[in-house]
Design a protein around this ligand. Sequence first.
Ligand SMILES: *Cc1c(COP(=O)(O)O)cnc(C)c1O
Length: 500
Amino acid sequence: MAYRQAKYDELLIFEMGCIEKQAACFSQECLDPTMIDKFIPKEIRKKDDINIPGLTEVEIARHYTRLSQMNWGVDSGFYPLGSCTMKYNPKFSEKMASLEGFALTHPMQPVDMVQGNLELIYELEKILSVIGGIEAVTLQPAAGAHGEFTGLLIARAFHEAKGEERDEVILPDTAHGTNPASGAMAGLKVIEIPSEGDGCVNIEALEAALSNRTCAFMLTNPNTLGIFERRVREIAEKVHAHGALLYYDGANLNAVMGKTTPGKMGFDIVHFNLHKTFGTPHGGGGPGAGPIGVTKELEKFLPVPRVLKLVKDDGSIKFDLHHKLPYTIGKIHGQLGNFLVLVKAYVYTLLVGGDGLEKVSEAAVMNSNYLKMKLEHLFPLPYPGLRKHEFVLNGSILKKKGASTLDAAKWLLDEGIHAPTIYFPQIFHEAIMIEPTETETIEEMNRFVEVMKAIAEADAEELRKCPQNTTRKRLDETFAAKNMIFTYRALRDWRERNAD
Ligand SMILES: *Cc1c(COP(=O)(O)O)cnc(C)c1O
């Protein structure tokens, strides 16, 4: 397949149109200079020039269609971004979330008017507790990282309630970057321990780090190398023996659903990434959901409000919200979380079913091992053996011929394949982390293998020239990271500052 990404000289929406145009007009006739006064009356405007885009509906439709053609997503093609579980998002879930009864509810509606929504939240909490093998779940956190933060606040509250001062969190050097960040945000000192020769937790190093200052040990299982930590029960025992809690980074539950649960492994707190395992869109930084589950003993610390199911004397059922719980860590999100994302995840679990979730994990693990076996003779596999849902290859052979893993990633873009996660985990150089997910076809995986073969055989100069077929060529990533410009206003300010 010859791949060419669309390329338009597209203006920013703020630089297009004029304020007098209204979106619902389909011809030039609706141009009306007093329009703005009609929809935003003068009395409530702080200034005359409010600088919002003014476009007709057809202009808006074309603008966003063109942008989407210069973009990449799971609906465009293969997206083997390790640790991110970029799997297909079923359109049925989208359709259900757009039903009026869900889509048009206002978060402040009284409980009597939103009984169905509350029931859905209650049910999804129960489904996730079963999958996690854990007692109680809150759906409020808006992302995996937010779930980690919430979980660590709960761990802190648990120790404080016992009168213990514990200000350290321990994590392995393979931990996802959000783990140390969440630890720091929760006010904890972060202690990193090295991995064993097989890529798993070094138990001696863990023991040396554990003390009566340890609030929690955070672990991902399977870890970010895609390796299952077989000694997890022993780890749990050691952590608990020191009075600390064991936190499960369950962003990638794709590998173990229906086979085991974090609860069985001995974890006390777990987060779920609905936008990974449960097929809801990642949303490009938009609304997400990272629910957390906890054991019975931690339930009382969960954020409020909690959804309650009340059975009345006549047998009828009513759902209510409980706002005042003496030990709660408080609120961590407006209302009950990103509701429509929760609807999609709920629909996904029902669509796939309990046995289906187990099959999802089997297929995710099989696809991952299929690709691993096809690729490990091209790029060495650092730790031998089978993998779970993902695996990490070593791209050093590219370095030897004068190119790099980054160049290989750019080559893949030219072939209409999203790049894998690269340079992570950082326990060796030139890491290439691949996660095909269960929704990819064998034909597409075979095509990926062919492209990886071509990369292994390509000469350095060819590799360094990529990408050629994409909307943008090589970006100045350092500049982008140092100049975070996310709004039109920030862009205007930046342009003014750099005018001369
Ligand atoms: C994605 C991921 C996270 C963070 O989740 P976000 O929703 O991106 O904040 C944490 N840990 C692991 C292992 C992940 O893959």
